[in-house]
Ligand binder design. Structure first.
Ligand SMILES: *Cc1c(COP(=O)(O)O)cnc(C)c1O
Length: 471
């Protein structure tokens, strides 16, 4: 493809992209295709000769688009959002065009230095202490893996990295029953082992119970285990419960445990002064992760990982083969030593574009609006006798269910499951679910970039009408 051909196709694409942003609400939010429907339309072998981009674009429209679930649809209320925004997409175009691989400073100094500065901006926006340094990772899962490996190295005096896990006494990691599954994945990968992950019970509001944590640590010490790390969550995946960071941090401090905070979704709310209470106890935190690719309008992937002591992160991950030796080593940040992958995309440019385009006040306005929409929705739900809220509504997640009279708990569960499927199959809205104390709960997240109170008003009417028509 020549530069002229590229220019021609790119103009067509940009028109398509802007059109998509304008009309995304016209698509069914959740893809309606059956398994195999897309696969069977793609040829079994690649073309031998060059094909035109126009043909690709045609197939993209005809074959691919029906199999897309529209995460940028304002009626996407499922999971947690993976929000994008026009300034993020524009930056992504530049990133792809430069095609830089930013593994070390020398392979694109601007990428390393912009990343360093963006991490300072984000750190100050969410008000982590000034000694924290940050790095962009591909996902919160990877960042949490880095945290748990760092905790393992600290607990073993950096022996495990060189000698393997056999020489290390049994390490224990603690989280709550509501903690994200990425913690379990990390303890499996890093050799600590799933059976050494202690899932501590939660309190009535689904937050980590520090009293139970203390009991678990004491019991493990008596048994001769080495407590190593605690993962606290600011905004659990099920209900966005906020774990008490200070109470957990005091226990960590008393026993020399690493405190990792997973704020993947709700971390963005820390840019609001009225949500800074979630970070009380910040002085105890060793590492902290949140996802601008969830609720800060920066398209996937972009995870911000912060550590109190960058030196121990680097000591855990650094490698120095001959071909990566440079004259600037030690004077600049070579981010390949700050996590798992060697190769890295130029993700800082997206953050720069998004933060400058909205301004911190612009970001605050949107996030605040999402939170107020959730509380408005919770209010409407609580006014109906045949619906109930199942967990405190803290930020932008509302967990609720339909409770028709005269039904057993079992029947109520199956009615709500059916309700969820009916709503999602309608293509009008997309919700996901969780189970809370045995109760099947609908889970509605009002945090898509473009969601408004108008969308949620209509969605709530649809939910009520659909529920009451089930019999
Ligand atoms: C989404 C989420 C994760 C996983 O995020 P990825 O970036 O997809 O790995 C981890 N923890 C919490 C609390 C989450 O909400």
């Amino acid at each position: 493809m020549t530069a002229d051909e590229f220019r021609k196709h790119a103009h067509v694409l940009v028109d398509w992209m802007a059109g998509y942003m304008d009309t995304v609400e016209e698509y069914p939010v959740k893809s309606q295709v059956a398994p195999g429907e897309i696969f069977n339309q793609i040829p079994d072998s690649p073309p031998l000769q060059s094909e035109s981009f126009d043909l690709l674009l045609k197939d993209f429209r005809d074959i691919i688009m029906p199999g897309i679930t529209h995460w940028q649809h304002p009626d996407f209320y499922a999971y947690f959002p993976a929000n994008t925004s026009p300034p993020s997409v524009l930056a992504e175009m530049l990133i792809a065009t430069l095609g830089s691989q930013c593994m070390i400073w020398e392979t694109s100094p601007a990428a390393a230095e912009l990343e360093e500065k963006m991490m300072i901006w984000l750190r100050d926006m969410i008000k982590l202490p000034g000694q924290f340094e940050g790095v962009i990772q591909d996902s919160a899962s990877t960042a949490t893996l880095a945290a748990i490996i760092s905790a393992r190295e600290k607990a073993s005096g950096f022996i495990t990295n060189s000698e393997g896990t056999k020489t290390t006494p049994i390490l224990r990691v603690y989280c709550s029953e509501q903690t994200h599954s990425s913690v379990e994945k990390a303890v499996k990968i890093c050799g600590i082992g799933k059976k050494n992950l202690v899932k501590v019970p939660v309190r009535d509001d689904f937050s980590f119970d520090p009293v139970k944590l203390k009991e678990a640590v004491t019991l493990d010490l008596e048994k001769g285990y080495i407590p190593c790390c605690v993962v606290a969550t600011i905004g659990t995946t099920g209900t966005t419960a906020i774990d008490p960071v200070r109470a957990i941090g005091e226990i960590c401090k008393a026993h020399g445990l690493w405190l990792h905070v997973d704020a993947a979704m709700a971390g963005t709310a820390l840019i609001l002064p009225e949500f800074q209470w979630m970070l009380v106890g910040r002085e105890y935190i060793d590492s902290f992760v949140f996802n601008p690719h969830k609720w800060m309008f920066t398209n996937f992937d972009c995870t911000a990982y912060f550590v109190r002591d960058a030196g121990s992160l680097i000591k855990t991950f650094e490698i120095l083969p001959e071909y990566l030796k440079t004259r600037t080593r030690g004077k600049v940040n070579d981010y390949r030593d700050w996590g798992v992958p060697l190769g890295r995309r130029f993700r800082a440019l997206k953050l720069w574009s998004v933060i400058r385009s909205y301004g911190t006040e612009g970001l605050q306005t949107i996030v605040r609006n999402h939170i107020s929409i959730a509380s408005q929705l919770a209010n409407w739900i609580s006014l109906e006798n045949d619906f109930e809220i199942l967990a405190p509504v803290v930020v932008s997640v509302v967990c609720f269910r339909y409770i028709p009279t005269g039904c057993s708990e079992e029947e109520i569960n199956s009615i709500n499951e059916k309700l969820n499927h009916l709503l999602n199959d309608s293509g009008k809205i997309y919700l996901s679910h969780t189970v809370l104390n045995g109760k099947y709960s609908l889970r509605m997240v009002t945090a898509q970039t473009n969601v408004t109170i108008g969308h949620v008003t209509k969605a709530w009417e649809l939910i009520k009408n659909t529920a009451r028509s089930i019999r």
